[in-house]
Design a protein around this ligand. Sequence first.
Ligand SMILES: NC(=O)c1ccc[n+]([C@@H]2O[C@H](COP(=O)([O-])OP(=O)(O)OC[C@H]3O[C@@H](n4cnc5c(N)ncnc54)[C@H](OP(=O)(O)O)[C@@H]3O)[C@@H](O)[C@H]2O)c1
Length: 411
Amino acid sequence: MYDIVVFGATGYTGRLCASFIAQNYPTTVQWGIAGRSETKLKDLAKELQRDFPDRVQPETELVELDIESLTPLVSKSKVVINGVGPFHRFSTPIVEACARLGVHYVDFTTETLWIKGLIEKYEDVARESGAILIPGISPTAPADLIAWLITKQIRDSFSTGPSEVIATGKLDIKAMSAGSLTTVLDSLATYGPSWYLSGNPWILSPSSQKPKSTPSPPLLTRLFGYRSAPGLGGLSTSFTGPGNSSIVHRSASQNPNLYGPTFHYSEYLPAASITSAFLIHLVTKLAVLMISIPLIRGLLRRKLVPSDNAAVPDQEELRRLERAEYCAVGRVETYGEKPVARALFVREGALYEFTALLTCAGARVLLNEERGEERRGKGGFFTPSLLGMEYVEGLRDGGVRIEVQDLTVDV
Ligand SMILES: NC(=O)c1ccc[n+]([C@@H]2O[C@H](COP(=O)([O-])OP(=O)(O)OC[C@H]3O[C@@H](n4cnc5c(N)ncnc54)[C@H](OP(=O)(O)O)[C@@H]3O)[C@@H](O)[C@H]2O)c1
């Protein structure tokens, strides 16, 4: 029996997850690394043995991605971490196996439309089996957790949910792996540009849970991407905003007693001026339109996607160059435009290692089932905030600065 199995462990990000587990999980953990290449799995096992000789070593598991081959391995696992991407092309059978066999699951997909399809197909199956499935725990956890923390803060102070949470999310990315670049190109090829251009932020919520009226962005925002918000300053269009918003709204629809009936979340990039906001907006929309043209996609694939990850700088260098910062403010009806709560989520260091931290810290919470009273007997597709304060504390232990501030004293 395995406590945890990493699928796609031989990929760029899967390896970082394997290293994270070897370095940080309790030495009693029984774990496995799974993949399609025996040679790569053996190499990874040797590296882990060399880098972490005094830690518990994983078993290697060779698997094919069909339900028959996956069933024996998934059925002897408690939690699955999956890094096989592009996820919409290869990973559906892994999610199906977990949903059917009642095995908890996390991954780091950015493919919101794939998640939507999974919910439609396997939500009822997972409810029946008790599997807790959290696709996209990275990259969506920062946005989902700060929205949840602000909502809790406002609920405690005002006995109501926020009318709106507005956030900024900024990733200082200095390198992308071959897998990430391929996923951007393949997602636009499969799904087309429309959701990426005007993403419906309620796409992952049951239509019955969507509030009757949601605030429409100001005209300036819709036309030019610019918005100004007290407590956050100038804002512009964010490529990752719709994906994060759809996860936060799913959290709200699954927990209406906390978030309240009028909750609304929106996410932007910080912008220094109206001109830079407009430029960011224009470049984002144009890039999506260009990548949806097959000829341009083909050229980009040839020019940008390396055949392996040798060109990606090593983690040591990225640790000095990269960071992630999310900031959010929350409002309530009675205080109008003035924010009443603020939250911050900052991680200095390499972003692919940050993905491994968000994913493995989440998986570890799912392993601690004896402490997860709120989750017991619950199955289905959930969002990172389901993992609650235990997850927040795990991330703080991993070096993330997470703060929530009550602004009512200044209001
Ligand atoms: N959310 C985030 O923050 C975040 C961060 C990083 C990556 N990602 C996403 O994670 C995914 C993986 O990224 P990466 O950089 O790790 O890519 P990668 O290095 O290309 O790894 C892909 C993994 O999938 C496996 N795989 C691919 N096709 C397969 C197939 N047909 N059958 C079986 N296994 C297959 C690969 O196996 P082999 O090793 O045998 O080739 C490898 O283990 C991408 O979709 C990327 O967008 C998200």
